[in-house]
Every structure is written in C-alpha cells, then in structure tokens.
Design a protein around this ligand. Structure first.
Ligand code: PLP
Length: 448
C-alpha cells in the first residue's frame, strides 16, 4: 500500500464517523476516481461498480454532459433560497421535465436533498393533506417489514428492515408507525407458499387498517420492489391488492421510488410495472445520477388541489438547490435521449437469465430475487433449511470480490443477499465480465 493511501486511511480513522459502519474503523479503500461502470481507488486499482453506489449512479460515472451542466450553472449562480415562494430557473425546468416523466397525474413537486428528506416530507404531506381535509386524526403510517425508507426522523421509524439495530439504539420508538409482513416469499412470515397463500401478506393490510381504525391512518408507504431490505420483487397480484385496499379505506398510497425509480426496474418508475397510481411518490438517488444530492416528493393533482392556498410550513435550506437541479435536468435528458430504461430492461434481462441458469444451481445459492437491473443472490449454508451463510464466510467473499475488482455489498433481513445492480447504462459485455468474475467465487462456497 502506498504511503499516501496509508496516511489517508489513518486520517480517516481519526476524524470520520462513517455511516453504517463500525466507529473507529474503515474499509481500507479510498475511492478517488470513477468512470463508466468503474471505480478507481488511490492505489489505481479498478473495480466494477456492481451496486451503482447504493443504486444511485444509474447513468454510470464521469458523464460529461452532467459535469458541464453543473459547471455552467455554477458559473451563473450558487445558491438562492426556495423559501418564501422564491425560485430559480433550474428548479422550475426540473419540475417540468419531471412532470413529463412521472406516471399519471403526479405533477407537483417538493424538492429535497435526498431520499430520507423525501420520505419525511412525504409523510408530513400525507398528514397535512388529511389535516386540510378536516380529518386531522388520520396520522398513522403503515409500512412493511424488510423495507428501507431512510435514516432521518420519520423515515427511520417507517423502515422495517433490521428494526432492532436501526431503531432501538436511538431512543424510544416514535409512535404512529405500524408495520405488516412484506412480500419476502422466500422467507414468508406466515410460512406459506405463493400462490396457494392467496397473498396473505397483502391482505394483512386490510386487517391492520380495520384493527387500527381507518380514521387514524394517513398513509401506507412501500417500495415498489424491495431495495436495501434484500432486492426482491412482489408477486404480480400484490400491488393491485394493496392499491385497492388503500382506495377502499381512504388511506393514501405513498410509493417510495427513491431506489427503484429512474430505470432500475426496467421502467422509468417501478410502479409502471403494475400500472399503479400512487397519491404521493418519493424520488431521489437516480434523479441527478448521484452527481449532486437531490430528491423530490411528487404529489398528485387531487392532493395538490387540497393543499392549494394553505401555507406549507416545512422545507429544508437546500430544498430546490439550483446547482443540484441543473445536474438533475441534464440527467433527466440523458435518461430520455439514450433510452436508458430500454437498456436497463435488456441488460437486466440478460443478467437475470444468467443468475437463474448459472448461479441458482450452486450449492450455497438459496434464492435469486429482483427485477430490471437490480438483483440479489441469497447465500445460504443449507438450501433445505435456508440457513443464512455464516457472516464470516460472507465477509470473506466480499473481500475476495473486491480483490478481484468487483465492488458490491450484502443486503437484506439477514444480511446474506449479495447485490447485483450495476448502472442502468451497463452493456451486456460489461455485465458478463462482472458475472464471470463473481460466479467462480460464489461457486467456491461450501454448504455445511
Ligand atoms: N427510500 C429508499 C427506498 C431507499 O432505498 C433509501 C436509501 O437507500 C432511502 C429512502 C433514503 O435515502 P437517502 O439515503 O438518500 O437519505
């Protein structure tokens, strides 16, 4: 290791408290450069980015058009507030472009600087909606086990995955949040099998609304496909069933598209896979291709009409930041011009075929989940009992992958699902290169 890397890592340990990591430690890697689907560390070693950052670098790294758009914008302005009704041309342009891309009548946007801010804002907007309808008792939020909605206030408590570790260490649990089992069919909470289960998990939403009382519930929030909770997709009937239940009981439907939006599921937004019309949709990550922190909450026409004329006492200093909006405008143009959705669907389909054919039969692969260009391989030490792979063995695998030039991560309830989610612009040849490196390493794993 070079002296420079050593010194950087030493300074890192002394001064940085990393998110989602052990305090006082680091991974031993300092990423310095990135281009295309590759990350490069301070030793000059190149890694294929098989996790797209954390599902945000959808357009790959080093896109000249986005860099130029940021440079142009910052030469004109830096930051001007969006508070008190003020605006800037970049944010206005971004809202118009978004309105052309979001499904149905989701035409109104509150801008944020990331996913957690979007989720917190969406929950506040849902409560604000009911308050303005004269139904202030509708405040509770129902979410799913296994979900990940963020790390800020409300988003932490809406999150269902790893609840103990994510929530208990940070004080008392926030009231007003209820969760129901998710669509994790491989480890069904009810011990049932699809389709004989008759979608027990989706129908649990109705029972929960009845038990809690529809008059107390503001919204149901769910990821259209599970992301950080393990990259798995719902059965085809799941979304239509929960959508219908929400309508029946006047519970707002919030689709959290922070991770699944912008081509990752082979559609611009994942809800399009089921023709679902959410009332509110949260957006972040891919909106700017991750070049700058940005996000939004989309509100439908009906919701907007209810809120119109009332002061919205919520917002962040950087809501609608001009430079981040300029990056998002350039990113949104690329999604459309380069038909990124089509590429993600095509390359994703190829990846899925290879995962099913070549990885599924391996002795320690229990399940393959996901859709579009977002998958996970569930690693088990015994296919029969579905026992999760030993965490030490998994850590060694991640280490070997890094050594062989693959950057990825493990996700899910038990932390044993290996994420396979390269940028949406990846070619079939690039995907093959990565899978050809990953397969022999996964096949070396021994069952016990
Ligand atoms: N919602 C979903 C579905 C996510 O996957 C994430 C992050 O991974 C968030 C919200 C939180 O986003 P952020 O980390 O930008 O705050």
């Amino acid at each position: 290791m070079s002296k420079r890397t050593e010194e950087l890592l030493k300074a890192d340990v002394q001064h940085i408290i990393h998110p989602w990591y052990i305090v006082g430690q680091n991974s031993g890697i300092v990423f310095e450069k990135a281009h295309g689907i590759y990350l490069v560390d301070t030793e000059g070693k190149q890694y294929i980015d098989m996790a797209s950052g954390n599902c945000c670098c959808n357009l790959g790294h080093g896109r000249r058009e986005i860099i130029d758009a940021i440079t142009r914008a910052i030469n004109e302005t830096d930051f001007t507030t969006s508070f008190y009704g003020h605006s800037n041309p970049y944010t206005i342009e971004c809202s118009q472009k978004l309105a052309n891309l979001t499904p149905g009548n989701l035409n109104h946007f509150h801008f944020t600087s990331g996913g957690s801010e979007s989720v917190d804002s969406a929950i506040k907007i849902a409560r604000f909606y009911w308050y303005n309808k004269g139904r202030a008792s509708k405040t509770k939020i129902i979410s799913l086990y296994d979900s990940y909605h963020g790390a800020s206030g409300f988003s932490t408590y809406a999150t269902g995955t790893g609840r103990g570790a994510l929530q208990n260490a940070f004080g008392s649990i926030m009231p007003g949040f209820t969760r129901i089992p998710s669509y994790y069919c491989y480890r069904c909470t009810f011990g049932l099998n699809y389709p004989q289960c008759n979608l027990r998990c989706a129908r649990m939403l109705e029972e929960t609304i009845q038990a809690e009382g529809a008059d107390g519930i503001a919204a149901f929030i769910a990821e259209p496909m599970m992301g950080g909770g393990g990259f798995f997709e719902p059965p085809p009937e799941w979304w239509p069933i929960v959508g219908e239940i929400c309508r029946k009981y006047e519970v707002l439907l919030i689709a959290d598209e922070v991770l699944s939006g912008f081509a990752r599921t082979g559609k611009m937004f994942a809800v399009e896979n089921w023709n679902i019309q959410p009332d509110i949709m949260t957006i972040a990550k891919g909106i700017s291709g991750a070049y700058l922190p940005f996000g939004a909450v989309a509100v439908n026409d009906e919701g907007y009409e209810v809120l119109k004329g009332v002061a919205f006492m919520h917002g962040f200093t950087y809501s609608g930041h001009a430079i981040a909006a300029a990056a998002a405008c350039a990113a949104l143009d690329i999604y459309v011009r380069d038909k990124v959705v089509k590429n993600a669907a095509k390359v994703g389909n190829h990846i899925k075929q290879r995962l099913d054919a070549e990885f599924s039969p391996l002795p320690c692969v229990g399940n393959i989940g996901g859709m579009g260009i977002n998958y996970a391989i569930e690693l088990v030490s015994d296919k029969e009992t579905k026992t999760a792979i030993n965490p030490q063995v998994k850590a060694e695998l991640i280490g070997k992958l890094l050594k062989n030039g693959i950057y990825t991560r493990s996700v899910g309830r038990l932390g044993n699902r290996l994420h396979i989610g390269p940028p949406c612009t990846t070619t079939i040849e690039e995907a093959d290169t990565a899978l050809d490196i990953i397969r022999p390493l996964v096949s070396e794993l021994k069952p016990i």
